[in-house]
Ligand binder design. Structure first.
Ligand SMILES: Cc1ncc(COP(=O)(O)O)c(C=O)c1O
Length: 562
């Protein structure tokens, strides 16, 4: 027994040392991961979901609703009068559209959701009672939409980014697609010949070897990630804080998804700490990039329902984002990580060759969607041959399955072909030339006008995608969306967070939008919504709202003692 104790002790010691080393390595890598998270709640998916579950609903009553920042009485009265004037104008101007919206809402779950999340929840009861946003439209012409009452609006919704070339282009492409695919009809499984031309064009545009067709952007992202996992034999995907890549669970690990995404890392975009994680971890299959984030790195899509103060910020720096993408590219190449550029939103909007061309970076895979469908729903992946393959030559039963009934639908493929062929025209080449200069100049003009009038609003833009930012601490910025509608500007449900212009806006169209924008902001100021206590800051507003939230969650005592 005694004789054995030497080797046994040594073995135990060695095992202990090995376990300790493993623990230290694990701890270090955990620590590196924590450091690579963005400090905001969006950077901490689990925590944000847990905290979201703790917030109880409460609403301001009629007397509080215009006094949430303790304004002088005449300001509260002016706000109330302005709000009611808008409500009357909506009722008189949009009666049929409002009637149909109210009648249909009960049966349309999505409409109930979007209508509920237009403004911060404390204000929503009053808004829903008086300023219901009409949900129906009758027709589109040029850059305008017409509702059921014959009102015309400049369209700033951009149809979630689909509308790049103007609705008339897509109407034409769908009509021609119906004609071209009509002889075959909705035959699925076999391909319409137009598919071959689409594939050739997409390979040329992306500079990648193979193409895969899907029904939506979300599906394309799902499949790209699945393929990356299959080929790298690694588990995790990396997305950056705030970036939207569709509603699939793994790319939506925080609020919005009822279960945690266990194989997703959400990292701080444009940070050295994130690069360190990518350099050192061995479980990362792919990194997803949404270049729209260049406008507001690490921030979520800027919905007006989150406008509790004026802290929303945005600024696009093309050179800085290009440098970041180059660093990311290099690290991914060194560590065998698949770099997926999600060009579903900005792809054809910034350049015909999308992010790769615009920022000068090569991707392993690119996902496309939205406008590429020529007005019909689509998702596409282009990728390197070795990543797109769905089976292994040496393991016949080990496949990566991704097929969908409607993939490569003949009508969608024909409409896509209209879009792709349009990209080759002299008209399209001319349109892309000077695009940024044009939209930057337009944003500058509007900002100048707003500054001259000392209105506390500015816009920031990534080409034709704009966001509105607010320059003085205020609690009612979310009201601007309703003033804009009253001036004939149509916004999507996220309100002033995202204005999307189609590229057929002429200078005259834009000038009309700018006039209306300024008029809306002037009216809102006249009605007192931008009054603020000179001592107020965004921080003090946030603190006050937090106190209210805690008081409603844990009882009045918290409010008094806070
Ligand atoms: C960058 C990006 N990826 C993916 C998606 C999801 O596409 P879809 O809504 O077609 O599923 C979107 C949609 O907005 C997007 O902007």
């Amino acid at each position: 027994m005694m004789m054995d104790s030497g080797p046994t002790t040594f073995a135990l010691f060695a095992a202990g040392a090995a376990a300790l080393t493993t623990s230290v390595v694990k701890l270090k890598s955990r620590l590196a991961l924590s450091r690579a998270k963005h400090r905001s709640l969006g950077g901490h998916s689990r925590l944000s979901r847990r905290l979201a579950g703790l917030v109880s609903f409460y609403a301001y009553d009629e007397s509080q609703v215009f006094r949430s920042d303790n304004p002088p009485e005449e300001i509260a009265t002016a706000r109330h009068a302005g709000f009611m004037r808008l409500a009357k104008l909506y009722a008189e101007r949009y009666p049929q559209t409002m009637r149909l919206t109210a009648g249909a809402k009960d049966g349309i779950s999505d409409l109930q959701f979007t209508d509920t999340y237009r403004v911060p929840f404390q204000f929503r009861e009053l808004v829903q009672r008086h300023l219901n946003a009409p949900a129906f439209v009758q027709s589109s012409q040029g850059v305008m939409l017409t509702d059921l009452d014959g009102n015309r609006f400049y369209d700033l919704t951009g149809s979630y980014g689909v509308n790049l070339l103007g609705y008339d282009f897509y109407k034409g492409s769908i009509a021609r697609a119906v004609e071209r695919a009509g002889e075959l009809g909705p035959v699925l499984g076999s391909y319409h010949p137009v598919v071959a031309d689409n594939v050739a064009r997409l390979r040329a545009i992306s500079g990648l070897d193979e193409v895969s067709f899907h029904m939506s952007g979300t599906e394309a992202v799902m499949q790209a990630v699945r393929l990356a996992r299959y080929h790298t034999r690694r588990t995790h995907l990396v997305r950056f804080c705030g970036a939207y890549h569709g509603w699939w669970g793994d790319v939506q690990p925080g609020i919005g998804n009822p279960i945690p995404a266990r194989e997703t890392y959400t990292l701080n975009e444009m940070s050295e700490a994130a690069l360190r994680v990518l350099r050192t971890r061995r479980d990362i299959a792919c990194v997803l990039i949404n270049p729209l984030q260049a406008l507001h790195p690490n921030a979520s899509p800027p919905a007006d329902s989150a406008l509790i103060d004026s802290a929303r910020n945005a600024h696009f720096d093309r050179a800085a984002y290009a440098d970041w993408l180059k660093e990311l590219r290099a690290v991914c190449s060194q560590n065998g990580i698949v770099l997926i550029v999600d060009d579903i939103f900005v792809g054809f909007r910034i350049a015909p060759g999308g992010t790769q061309e615009y920022f000068g970076v090569r991707a392993d895979m690119v996902t496309y969607g939205k406008t590429l469908g020529g007005g019909l729903p689509v998702g596409v992946i282009c990728g390197r041959r070795e990543l797109m393959k769905r089976y292994r030559d040496d393991r016949p039963l080990d496949v990566c399955f991704a097929r969908g009934t409607f993939n490569a639908h003949p009508y969608v493929m024909a409409a896509m072909n209209e879009f792709l062929r349009h990209l080759d025209t002299a008209e399209a080449h001319a349109m892309y030339g000077g695009l940024d200069a044009l939209w930057n100049a337009r944003a500058d003009t509007l900002n100048q006008r707003l500054r001259e009038r000392k209105l506390p609003v500015q816009v920031a833009n990534l080409s034709s995608i704009w966001t509105v930012i607010y320059t003085e601490p205020a609690r009612y910025n979310w009201m601007l969306q309703f003033y804009l509608r009253a001036e004939g500007l149509a916004l999507s449900w996220i309100g002033t967070g995202r204005l999307i212009f189609s590229l057929n806006y002429t200078d005259a169209d834009f000038a009309a939008v700018a006039d209306r924008f300024v008029a809306a902001a002037e009216a809102m100021r006249r009605d007192g919504f931008w009054w603020h206590d000179p001592a107020a800051t965004n921080k003090s507003i946030k603190r006050r709202v937090l106190r209210e939230v805690l008081a409603h969650r844990f009882g009045r005592r918290t409010e008094r003692t806070a």
